[in-house]
Structures are given as structure tokens and as C-alpha cells.
Design a protein around this ligand. Structure first.
Ligand code: 13P
Ligand code: SF4
Length: 309
């Protein structure tokens, strides 16, 4: 009797046929991360996508990340397992008010987090990720007023780090990080007094104030792996636990549930599954399609960010 083919075998075969690369964000299910050619934070994945020379980028992350990949490498086919994999920050920031702001304040510098739609990127002067947001804002002449959008927690963090007064901050939030309650972090720390607290800058200030380290998903993983400490309270999406447990099997990681889902999983990221990835590779759908002019305009602020070292 013939053995049934597994989804994993199908994906690996399709990947080869399609000359595809599989890029995965740290918030993907462990089984997707295991199959990926590269797992990273949003900045690392953007660079990988830009430099890819094959035909298809299968982006296991959320839609704005795949749009970014398309803008940076427009001749490749970019697919995502689930078209509904959005982001609450993208949803919080429509393009019309950003355009209106730009018209009212043509002299202000618009710094957009990469968690924005391609339309908002096209209206921006420079982009940033959680990894380089402080560096990006510091690169702007101090006399210029900055509009930072859309994440208020990241914006407030950047403002505290840079000491910049002339900075206006959009009021968007991440539904996962913004609802991590500080009292639950305090309770977890009292149960594990030796644990260090590591946090993503999308967390509220009360959580960041308790953190021993603040950084992007990859920076959090690097910090925990290199640290001499053995126990950590990890204030970000629990998908990072996969790399943490692989790279530091002897260390202990605690995740704190937020008040939104009483979990620490991103509902958008978790829409992607192995089955949907296989189907996307098979059908080359859902596929990112962006008008040429929009891509050209969105590329400018992306390139400005990527040029910063
Ligand atoms: P990173 O850039 O740190 O990977 O973060 C992306 C994100 O969506 C965090 O919620
Ligand atoms: Fe967006 Fe938050 Fe999900 Fe990151 S974790 S993709 S910021 S909703």
C-alpha cells in the first residue's frame, strides 16, 4: 500500500518546483517556523525578501510584511497563506487622515512604523521597525517636527529614548501587546523573582518600565540566548518561544496572558497554517498585487530606512 503524502512533503516539493523561499516571522506556528528558510523580525525579513533571486516569496507573516517584500522585490511573486492576516496597527491608520495631515503640515517629517499599509508607506518620509525606530528618529534633524505613526506605545518609547519634544504620536495600538496588564507582570515576577523581564516596545509604558531589556522579536531572542540569566518573563507574542526553547533549551521562559484573548498570541499571525501555505504554493494565491506608481512611492521611505546602518 502506498504511504499517504504529508503536507510537509507537499510543501517541500512545491517550494522546489516554484523556486520559492519561505520566510516566516517569529509569531508563526512552530511547524511553519520549522519549515522556513529564514525566521526573523520584520526588518530581517524585509532584507531577506529584497535580496531573494528566485521566483516566489512565500511570506508566512502578516499582509503588510508581504506588501513590503513586494515593494522591495517587485518582479517576484509574493504570496501569503491567508489574505485576512492583517494587523490592528494597520487597521488603526487609514491613508486619508495621513494625506490630510501631510497637506496641512508639509514641513513635518512623517515616520511610519513598518506595520502600516502600502498606501500609508507611500505618504511617509521614512519608515522604521521596532529594531531601528530610535535610530530612525535620531536621524531626523532636531528642528523638524516628527509625526510618528501608528503605534502610540512604540512612539512614546521612542520619544523617551530620544528626548525629542517636537514629536506627535498617532494613537494606534497592537491588540496583543497593548493589553498586557502590568499587574500580571508584577504577579509573575513575584512568583519568579530571579527572572529577567524582556519586552517588545509595543507594550504599555508600565510594562516597559519594569523591563530589563526592550527590543524587537529577534533582539529579545538574542538577548535571552546570550544572557547569563536562566529565567525570563517574555512580554511579546508567544511564537518567539519556539526559537527561545530551541536556542536556549536549558533556560526557562514565562509568557504573560493579555487581557484581550487571555493569551499572548496574535490572532492575525495565527491565521496562517501549513494547509493554507501548501494551497498558496499550489495556486500562487493569495498574491500581493500593487500598482506600479504606489510601489515606486512606497519604496522611497523604505530605502531611506534600509540605508541607515
Ligand atoms: P518585530 O519587528 O519585532 O518582528 O515586530 C513585528 C510585530 O508585528 C510586533 O508585534
Ligand atoms: Fe500587528 Fe500586534 Fe499582531 Fe504584531 S502582534 S502583527 S503589531 S496585531
Amino acid at each position: 500500500m502506498l504511504a499517504t503524502r504529508t503536507i510537509v512533503e507537499d510543501i517541500l516539493e512545491l517550494k522546489q518546483e516554484r523556486r520559492a523561499i519561505l520566510l516566516a516571522h517569529h509569531y508563526q506556528e512552530a511547524e511553519i517556523q520549522e519549515l522556513a528558510d529564514w525566521v526573523g523580525d520584520s526588518l530581517e525579513l524585509a532584507r531577506k525578501a529584497r535580496d531573494f533571486e528566485g521566483d516566489v516569496i512565500a511570506f508566512c507573516g502578516v499582509w503588510f510584511m508581504a506588501e513590503t517584500a513586494k515593494v522591495l522585490n517587485p518582479t517576484r511573486t509574493v504570496i501569503v497563506p491567508d489574505r485576512e492576516a492583517s494587523c490592528s496597527l494597520v487597521e488603526s491608520c487609514a491613508v486619508e487622515p495621513v494625506r490630510a495631515y501631510r497637506q496641512r503640515h508639509p514641513d513635518h517629517v512623517i515616520v511610519s512604523y513598518i506595520n502600516t499599509s502600502v498606501e500609508v508607506k507611500a505618504e511617509s518620509d521614512i519608515l522604521c521597525t521596532s529594531r531601528n525606530a530610535v535610530q530612525v528618529v535620531n536621524s531626523i534633524p532636531p528642528e523638524k517636527t516628527v509625526l510618528f505613526l501608528p503605534d502610540q506605545n512604540l512612539g512614546n518609547y521612542v520619544q523617551r529614548q530620544t528626548g525629542r519634544c517636537n514629536m506627535k504620536i498617532w494613537q494606534g495600538t497592537c491588540i496583543v501587546h497593548a493589553t498586557f496588564p502590568a499587574r500580571r507582570v508584577v504577579a509573575t515576577r513575584s512568583e519568579h523573582p530571579d527572572a529577567l523581564i524582556v519586552a517588545h516596545p509595543e507594550c504599555p509604558q508600565a510594562v516597559l518600565d519594569m523591563a530589563d531589556f526592550i527590543g524587537s522579536t529577534s533582539a529579545i531572542i538574542d538577548y535571552c540566548v546570550r544572557s547569563d540569566a536562566r529565567e525570563f518573563i517574555v512580554m511579546t507574542e508567544s511564537g518567539v518561544g519556539h526559537s527561545l526553547r530551541k536556542l536556549a533549551p536549558d533556560k526557562i521562559f514565562h509568557f504573560v496572558a493579555n487581557e484581550n484573548c487571555n493569551c499572548s498570541e496574535c490572532p492575525y499571525m495565527r491565521l496562517n497554517t501549513l494547509e493554507k501555505l501548501r494551497d498558496a504554493l499550489q495556486n500562487l494565491e493569495p498574491r500581493v498585487e500593487i500598482a506600479e506608481d504606489l510601489m515606486r512611492r512606497a519604496r522611497v521611505p523604505l530605502d531611506r530606512m534600509l540605508a541607515l546602518r
